[in-house]
Design a protein around this ligand. Structure first.
Ligand code: UDP
Length: 328
């Protein structure tokens, strides 16, 4: 059985669907704090609970034969991590410690861990590869980096096989229309722009247009959630079939788009005009984060299939059909 922690969240739910479609048995633990009951796939076993609850993890690992863990359960907002860092150290660091402890105790020694490009910090217009310096500028990035280091120590000392995936900016939705992105409140750029274009907000804010970039707005590398999930499946196969494995991969498209470019693309695709309001920078935002994902292309033959246009179109389809997300 593959244990998916945070399987009711945006990325977790897409991973669960793909694992099930590929024939894996899937067990989900989610506390539904940011995940949605309606996103759950009825083919998966669901245990409602918190990964911070050691007794619950102990029960699950005793009851089920867990072969590997995919760990998506985390808090993941840069801005929130600046105002409430302890939430990040608790949900991301302490809870992951619990997970690793129960895994080692039960001799489950395969993990795929969701990390982030926020582990890198400030970059100067260059592609980030896995050997680029990690010097996060917000507690979110620091909390993920600490867990990466804990996992690596478990690899060295207990033989825990791992693949850490550092996500760049994930967007888009499954083409079935059953699952998609729904955060409350929504803070991510692409859903915020599309929800604005659907009439859900009066304007779209651009947080800072005085960065040292071509148009002054932040540059990010966007990746379709289905491409991201495909990399998880390949990584899972790798840790299940090979040992020792202790690797870190970037997941991105090797291409940067500014906030302004994203808004323009959304306007073009939806044929609607956004009302843009410039606001001050959001604390903790690095100006430039673009991946070199060469290593995972070479080692796992992972090739992203979808373009920015595919991400925006699939997300638009989801938001149009579900204007209130899973509450629609
Ligand atoms: N952003 C923005 N307006 C929004 C949401 C985001 O200008 O309503 C900017 C944000 O400041 C950052 C970029 O868009 O520079 C991507 O932000 P997002 O929250 O989508 O992802 P992050 O890079 O923080 O993980």
């Amino acid at each position: 059985m593959i244990l998916v922690l945070g399987g009711a969240g945006y990325i977790g739910s897409h991973a669960v669907k793909e694992l099930l479609d590929k024939g894996y048995y899937v067990l989900v633990i989610d506390n539904l704090s940011t995940g949605h009951r309606n996103s759950l796939d009825t083919r998966a076993v669901f245990v409602e609970g918190d990964v911070g609850d050691s007794a619950l993890l102990e029960r699950v690992f005793t009851q089920y034969k867990v072969e590997a863990v995919m760990h998506f359960a985390a808090s993941c907002l840069v801005g929130e991590s600046m105002s409430n860092p302890l939430k990040y150290y608790e949900n991301n660091v302490i809870n992951s410690f619990n997970v690793l402890k129960v895994m080692v105790k039960h001799n489950v020694k395969k993990i795929i861990f969701s990390s982030t490009c926020a582990t890198y910090g400030l970059a100067e217009n260059e592609f980030l590869n896995e050997d680029s310096p990690t010097s996060p500028i917000n507690p979110y990035g620091r909390s993920k980096l600490i867990v990466e280091q804990m996992i690596h120590d478990c690899f060295k000392s207990y033989g825990l096989d791992y693949i850490i995936l550092r996500y760049f900016n994930v967007a888009g939705a499954d083409f079935s229309g059953r699952i998609g992105e729904h955060h409350n409140p929504e803070t991510h750029l692409i859903p915020n722009v599309l929800l604005h274009l659907l009439g859900k907000s009066k304007h779209i804010s651009i947080f800072g247009n005085d960065f040292n970039t071509a148009d002054g707005t932040c540059i990010r590398d966007y990746i379709h959630v289905l491409d991201l999930v495909e990399a998880h499946i390949l990584s899972l196969q790798e840790v299940l079939n090979t040992s020792p494995v202790g690797r870190v991969y970037n997941l991105g498209n090797n291409k940067g788009y500014s906030v302004k470019q994203i808004i323009e693309q959304c306007e073009r695709i939806t044929k609607k005009k956004a009302h843009v309001v410039y606001e001050k920078r959001r604390e903790g935002d690095p100006p430039y984060l673009v991946a070199s994902a060469k290593k995972v292309y070479e080692e796992l033959e992972w090739i992203p299939k979808y373009s920015l246009e595919d991400m925006i179109r699939s997300a638009w389809q989801w938001h149009k059909s579900n204007p209130d997300g899973y509450d629609s």
